[in-house]
Write a protein that binds this ligand. Structure first.
Ligand SMILES: NC(=O)c1ccc[n+]([C@@H]2O[C@H](COP(=O)([O-])OP(=O)(O)OC[C@H]3O[C@@H](n4cnc5c(N)ncnc54)[C@H](O)[C@@H]3O)[C@@H](O)[C@H]2O)c1
Length: 252
């Protein structure tokens, strides 16, 4: 006897699905049978990931989307509706960051980091929530341990991610009665194209790994596995939670 995760019939929207953690999430949900809208600022990246899913027998459409722009979000969701149907799994994964001392942070940095990471996630959630409620579905937000414990040189980003924790819990309370579960995954340092600058600045993956009880930094699949759980029927009575997926680095 075995337990299988079957998401066939589900329609997932994954933001930032064109790279790193989002790519692993999109691919993993597709492998479990979900039809996946791969949304990314980069049309080229979204197209590459959606094509890879389709080439391996899955169902996917690429969506060019700037989560910071509500008009772009609505247009991409309209395309998703036309091609795949109503969203049952929303994965808010796209974010923006700058790595610099707080005293050097410019108003433009603040506008971009808060505008994409926090306001962008709110934009997508507002646009997709009617679908997710209709489908009694799931919302999973990619947060960051920086939002739970703080991170030097990433203060504005950490503030935006801490905001996402409040958003996750508040929406979970609002829509729990309608059968929707809202949770967050909070990655530790993970080897991705976007994470490479931080890893280098911190002295490299091997040096960072020494601080991790499980002896290594994360791989995108580590995070995708947790998102798969929160997307699946195995997650049946959990909402408003933020799970650190960080090899034991953060134990809160
Ligand atoms: N890599 C890490 O160490 C780490 C740690 C903690 C949290 N995270 C979080 O994981 C998520 C994914 O990060 P990653 O490391 O895979 O980064 P990545 O840069 O490899 O991928 C991010 C993707 O998001 C897209 N994107 C950026 N701005 C966008 C926008 N305005 N609209 C739509 N798409 C946009 C990018 O084009 C890119 O394809 C982010 O929320 C990040 O904060 C990453």
């Amino acid at each position: 006897m075995s337990i299988a995760i079957d998401l066939s019939g589900d329609v997932a929207l994954v933001t930032g699905g064109g790279s790193g953690i989002g790519e692993a999430i999109a691919t993993t949900l597709a492998r479990a049978g979900a039809a996946v809208g791969v949304a990314d600022l980069s049309q080229e990246s979204a197209a590459r990931v959606a094509k890879a899913i389709c080439d391996s027998g899955g169902k996917s459409v690429p969506l060019q989307m700037d989560i910071a722009d509500p008009t772009s979000v609505e247009a991409a969701i309209a395309k998703l509706h036309a091609e795949l149907g109503t969203i049952s799994i929303l994965v808010n994964n796209a974010a923006a960051w700058v790595v610099k001392e707080f005293k050097d942070t410019t108003p433009a940095d603040v506008e971009r980091v808060i505008g994409v990471t926090l306001v962008g996630t709110i934009n997508v959630t507002r646009a997709a929530l009617p679908d997710v409620v209709e489908r009694r579905g799931r919302i999973i937000n990619t947060i960051s341990d920086s939002g739970r414990t703080g991170e030097r040189f990433m203060s504005v980003y950490a503030a935006a991610k801490a905001g996402l924790i409040g958003l996750t819990k508040s929406i979970a309370k609002e829509v729990g009665g309608q059968g929707v579960m809202v949770n967050g995954v909070s990655p530790g340092t993970t080897s991705t194209p976007g994470g490479s600058g931080f890893i280098e600045a911190a002295g490299g993956a091997e040096k960072l790994a020494r601080a991790y009880p499980l002896g290594r930094i994360g791989e995108p699949q580590d995070i995708a596995n947790a998102v798969l759980f929160f997307s699946s029927p195995l997650c049946s009575w959990i909402t408003g939670q933020v799970l650190s997926v960080s090899g034991g680095f953060t134990m809160v």
